[in-house]
Design a protein around this ligand. Structure first.
Ligand code: L34
Length: 284
């Protein structure tokens, strides 16, 4: 019998914990503040940013939205980031990705001060993650870790197969699992005989961005299956990277989409905003 990993429940729990910390900061006269930049045009980004703003409300974090027109110039976006970097009332800055093609994503990431980089995308923060010495966690991968912890799924010594090697999910996911003493294999689109790896996995983290990519024949009996994928189907429905209906019959634990990793990404963002606020105010 499989068990559904409930990302909504765990994210509510994490946000409650964050709220307690926000309350303490407010007693000290500090209101954590997150600035969210969105370049309009991507409907999914709009949904995610709205969810982030709502989470800020739940956590008592002040949120500022900067919605820029889809044809905004790169210079203007970078100038806004510079302004927010220098605004001491702003503790966290994130620019929702993807940005339109005429804007260089790397320049945007590099422009955000590492101290305010609550996504954990900057070279400095990525480096710290691999060194195992970090306070800002990569949101989606840390959300996965929080799910595993909540359900008391130990990763030590386990064969963990991460499918996908993006800078946002796959690579930092591997780092966090490795730090927790998992044996980590990172597979990707060029991997030969992917199923030979996934079939040996105690834990599979799917982050490829293709609906239904992980099928039941690729999963061994009793595996833990974490689905990071969020694919929008032509009928508007959301689907993960895992063929949920078939794979659940083999899995011991499985995350749904929606209601799995998505809400956790946002919960960790809230934690990071508190962490950044504390660091900027020299609070442990
Ligand atoms: N800068 N860009 C930046 N930081 C991020 O951490 C993200 N990501 C990814 C896309 N771009 C980003 C997100 O915020 C993906 N992502 C994200 C955040 C939240 C949700 C999904 C992706 C989410 O709320 N998912 C809900 C369903 C939402 C819906 O109905 O569409 C869920 O239950 O999975």
């Amino acid at each position: 019998m499989y068990k559904i990993i409930d990302g909504k429940e765990v994210s509510s729990y994490v946000k409650q914990q964050v709220k307690l910390q926000t309350d303490i900061l407010k007693q000290q006269g500090i209101t954590p503040c997150l600035a969210v930049i969105i370049v309009e045009g991507d409907p999914a980004s709009r949904v995610y940013v709205n969810n982030k703003k709502r989470a800020c409300e739940v956590c008592g974090i002040k949120s500022l939205e900067y919605a820029l027109a889809g044809d905004v110039g790169e210079e203007e976006l970078l100038a806004l980031i510079d302004k927010l970097n220098n605004d001491s009332s702003v503790n966290g800055i994130l620019c929702q990705l993807p940005v339109p093609k005429h804007i260089d994503e790397k320049k945007v990431i590099d422009a955000i001060s590492p101290a305010k980089d609550v996504d954990g995308f900057s070279a400095e923060n990525v480096g710290k993650i691999w060194l195992g010495d970090y306070s800002i966690s990569p949101c989606t991968p840390m959300g996965v870790i929080e799910l595993l912890d909540y359900y008391k799924i130990d990763v030590q010594g386990k064969n963990c197969v991460v499918v996908g090697r993006s800078n946002i999910v796959g690579k930092p996911m591997a780092a966090l699992l490795l730090e927790r003493n998992a044996t980590v294999t990172v597979c990707h689109s060029k991997t030969k005989d992917l199923a030979s790896f996934t079939k040996n996995a105690d834990i599979i983290v799917a982050a490829v961005g293709r609906a239904g990519f992980i099928t039941a024949d690729m999963v061994s009996e009793g595996a833990v299956v974490i689905d990071v994928g969020i694919n929008r189907l032509s009928d508007g429905k959301l689907a993960g990277d895992v063929d949920f209906e078939a794979v659940k019959e083999k899995a011991s634990y499985i995350t749904p989409v929606p209601g799995g990793c998505g809400p956790m990404t946002i919960a960790v963002l809230m934690k990071n905003t508190i962490e950044a606020t504390k660091m900027q105010n020299n609070i442990k």
